[in-house]
Every structure is written in C-alpha cells, then in structure tokens.
Design a protein around this ligand. Structure first.
Ligand code: UT7
Length: 334
C-alpha cells in the first residue's frame, strides 16, 4: 500500500515566545535556547481537535484525489479529543467530511499516536483490499496547559496532519517495517489529569492529593526524564529499523521525528552519527503538536517538493505512556 495524499492544518492565530514572556517569568531567549521554539499556533474559539482534523483530512483527500465515500476507515490519534473520551473525535470528523462508508475510532498513544495509527490502518487495508483509510493526528493541547507553569506551557501548540492510505501495485516488494513499544512504568513522567482515577483521594501517578470531583484536565510533565528517554529511544528505534533493512542510518534520506525539542533531535543525530539536515525540523514555528507533529512535518515536506519517490524515510515518535514507534518505508510505499 502507499500514501496517496497528505494534508495539514495549523490555526491562523500565532502566539510568540514574547507574548508568553509578557505574562510569565520567562524569555524568548531561554525558550529558544532550551527548545528551538519561537512561536506556536493556537486554536481559537470555534476551533477544536475535530475541526482541525477535518481540515487536514480534506487537504489530504484533495491531494489524493479521493472522495469521501471512498474512505473505509478513519483512525484519529489524539490526546485532546473534543469530548473526553466519547463520542470519538474520529466520529465527529466522519460526520464533518461525510465519509458515510467509513468506520471511525480514536487512538491514544500520545506523541507516538500517529505511528500507531498508521500501523492500525495498514492492518485494516491488508484485510480490506480496495479500501482507503484516513489516518489523522490532531491536537488542541493549548486547552489543557497550565499557563502558569513555565516549564511546560511554552512547549506545546495546536494543529492537525493527515494522510490517505490506499492500495498500490507499485510496492509488491515493499520493505516497510514497523516498531511499536511501550514502558508503562514511565507513565508518571507525562500525564493528563482529569480521568476516572482522580476520584481517589490521592492520585496514584503523582502521589499528590487530588480533588474528589473531576478537575479541569491539565498536562503535567517531568521534562528532564522525558528528555533523557527521548534521546535514548529515538536513536534506538531508528537504528533498529535500519538494522532490519540491513542498512546503516546514514543510508536514510529523511527522518520525520516527533517535534518535541530541537535539542532532542540534535542529540539523536549526534548519537546516530548522521547529519542534522536528514531530519525534518519545523518546531520553531509549530512547537510540540504531539500526535499531529509527524504528519504536519510530512505534509510540509511533500508540499515543498523535497520528498521524492524512492527516498528512504523513517517516521518516529515517542511520548507519554511511555510509548514509542517507528516506521521505515521507501516513499510513498507503506
Ligand atoms: O512530546 C513529549 C513531551 N515533551 C517533553 O517532555 C519535552 C522534554 N523535555 C524538554 O524539552 C526539556 O527538559 C525542557 C524544555 C522542558 C526543560 O529544559 P531543560 O534544559 O531541561 O531545563 P531545566 O528543566 O533543567 O530547567 C533549568 C532551569 C530551572 O531553574 P533552576 O531550578 O535551575 O533555577 C527551571 O526552573 O530553567 C528554569 N526554567 C525556565 N526558565 C525560564 C524552566 N522553564 C523555564 C522557562 N523560562 N520557560
């Protein structure tokens, strides 16, 4: 199978580091030096994860030349669903797009979500030949941030990315290979509050007292721990995928890694001894959009004309769970 089209959507409202520094004890210099981020897109009133996802999906369907009734499945990766957690955001998108022939569900694997979702769709298409699947990563993270916590709120932004996956006669010898992984012992390092466990007096993940009534969901992050995990895991995933193909990372044309922090990507490139320019980096203006970051990067790369048929690429994500996932493919086969 292959990716037939890509699309993405970023809200028009942009919030710069300077704007955050006007309300918090931080500076543009600190944020840029520690993260590589200068600004982020923020969903406005009336926008939500489903509306952004639908716009990205429409662009992907246009690019693929596929109509709504051709879509057999919608898998939407998100940690910030419109409703928590049902009806699924994928169902809301199904209705917005008029994909009446499609099954639809959300998938939650945090910032690894898009890679997990792509693998789900590949499995579906294997047993439903002739169908097409929409795979979407979409997030409205700015609605769950604690805007008084300078160590986390500066990191994230909103947006959506999507691909249409379908059959192809081209890739009979397709070399696509996937790694999905998790380490639930690291769950406390990044978590979103507001789930059913919160009715307990003490939150078992944080050890902190919790209200007996559900609170507004908030993202909580132990940045140091996630940073160390990310650098270790990202390099390992990319190297393991290459090993399966009997190639070295240097043979890769492009790596689309989750956009969490420029320093994580730089450290990974150093570890793998490959030039930094093999990595697509766009977080300066998007910040971390979690499950949307990889498909947004992929779409930018496709639309710039820079990603050409036959290029060896890896998509690699890591995040809360802890989770990680990577896919090696020869573009546009998957
Ligand atoms: O997608 C997966 C989720 N992504 C992540 O979890 C991101 C992974 N982690 C990171 O990107 C980095 O760990 C951060 C950007 C979150 C933090 O960068 P750091 O270089 O690890 O900074 P730090 O946590 O070591 O903090 C250094 C200092 C601290 O002050 P003290 O204790 O040394 O006095 C912080 O309080 O910087 C302070 N600090 C800030 N200062 C100005 C933390 N945030 C800020 C800020 N502005 N925004």
């Amino acid at each position: 199978m292959r990716i037939l089209g890509t699309g993405s959507y970023l809200p028009s409202k942009v919030v710069t580091n300077e704007a955050i520094a006007a309300t918090l004890d931080t500076t543009d210099e600190w944020i840029y030096a520690h993260t590589g981020i200068r600004s982020r897109h923020v969903a406005e009133e009336g926008e939500s994860t489903s509306t952004m996802a639908a716009k990205a999906a429409e662009a992907a369907m246009d690019a693929a030349g596929v109509t709504a009734d051709e879509i057999g499945l919608i898998v939407l990766a998100t940690s910030t669903p419109d409703f928590a957690p049902f009806p699924s955001t994928a169902c809301l998108v199904q209705a917005q797009l008029g994909c009446t022939e499609a099954g639809a569900f959300d998938l939650q694997a945090a910032c690894s979500g898009f890679v997990y979702a792509l693998e789900q769709a590949r499995g579906f298409l294997r047993f439903n030949p002739g169908k097409k699947a929409l795979v979407i990563g979409a997030e409205c993270l700015t609605r769950i941030l604690d805007w008084t916590d300078r160590s986390s709120c500066i990191l994230f932004g909103d947006g959506a990315g999507a691909v249409v996956l379908g059959d192809s006669e081209m890739n009979v010898n397709c070399a696509t290979t996937t790694i999905l992984g998790a380490d639930g012992k690291g769950g406390r390092y990044i978590l979103r509050t507001g789930g059913t466990r919160e009715s307990l007096k003490e939150n078992p993940m944080t050890g902190l007292p919790s209200p007996a009534v559900p609170s507004i969901p908030r993202l909580m992050l132990q940045g140091h721990e996630v940073f160390a995990f990310a650098v270790r895991k990202l390099a390992k995933v990319v190297e393991a995928l290459c090993e399966r193909q009997c190639i070295t990372p240097d043979a890769l044309d492009r790596v689309y890694a989750h956009q969490a922090n420029r320093r994580i990507i730089e450290a990974t490139a150093r570890r793998m001894k490959i030039p930094l320019d093999r990595f697509w980096i766009n977080l300066e203006t998007t910040a971390n959009t979690s499950s949307a970051s990889i498909p947004i990067a992929l779409d930018e790369s496709v639309r710039s004309g820079e990603l050409r048929n036959g290029m060896k690429i890896v998509l690699a994500g890591f995040g809360s769970g802890l989770t990680w996932g990577g896919i090696y493919s020869v573009w546009p086969d998957f």
